[in-house]
Design a protein around this ligand. Structure first.
Ligand SMILES: CC(C)(COP(=O)(O)OP(=O)(O)OC[C@H]1O[C@@H](n2cnc3c(N)ncnc32)[C@H](O)[C@@H]1OP(=O)(O)O)[C@@H](O)C(=O)NCCC(=O)NCCS
Length: 170
């Protein structure tokens, strides 16, 4: 059934079991690499990626100052749980994942000009490995069931399963 235009989206909580699971190594697309998150340098570029994605996806993100304050002052913020992928030559940020210490992936985005090349898969595997090293039994996220960029397919292809379906209020 197609959702009515303007109707609130169905949200899926998806999770990936990590305990005792063999995870493939990330296969970074040519010209890309992971980079340690630098809280003094990376937030503006991360915010730009999120703002671009929300613009198309129909949601919204606060302005930079409000967004970054809300992230860095949150009890569940840990800079080692922010993950960045960059272009090898220029250092431009191509992907960003921001996660909470509650084993939750809050935001996950790849630059529009670098999608469908395997970078989302590589960055998500990188995130899974980091949570597995921390001893997390699982890591989870929320996603709109009709995400237009195919996020649900990507998550399923990496073994994420639907743990909960949140229907919009009647
Ligand atoms: C969802 C998102 C992160 C995926 O990132 P991505 O880098 O495009 O992901 P991948 O390239 O690994 O995989 C996406 C698709 O490209 C395909 N692909 C991967 N490498 C490819 C290649 N070299 N050539 C052609 N297709 C390729 C994958 O098989 C996959 O196909 P499918 O959609 O038919 O299953 C990205 O689209 C995005 O940032 N969307 C906006 C933000 C968003 O909605 N985030 C999720 C919030 S929960």
């Amino acid at each position: 059934m197609q959702p009515l235009p303007g109707a609130a989206p169905v949200v899926l909580r998806m999770r990936k079991h990590l305990a005792g699971v063999h995870l493939p190594r990330p296969d970074w697309p040519p010209g890309t690499r992971p980079a340690p998150f630098n809280p003094l340098a990376h937030p503006p570029a991360a915010h730009r990626l999120l703002a671009q994605a929300y613009e198309v996806g129909g949601g919204s993100v606060a302005g930079f100052a409000g967004w970054w304050k809300s992230v860095r002052t949150d009890n569940e913020y840990d800079p080692t749980l922010c993950f960045v992928a960059v272009a090898q030559d220029s250092g431009r940020m191509l992907g960003f994942a921001q996660c909470w210490t509650s084993d939750w992936i809050k935001d996950f985005v790849i630059s529009p000009d670098f999608r469908r090349r395997g970078l989302g898969r590589a960055l998500l595997l990188h995130v899974f490995h980091a949570f597995q090293r921390r001893g997390a039994r699982e890591v989870a996220l929320g996603v709109h069931a009709d995400n237009p960029s195919g996020a649900v397919r990507l998550y399923r292809s990496l073994g994420m399963e639907v743990a909960e379906v949140r229907l919009p209020p009647a």
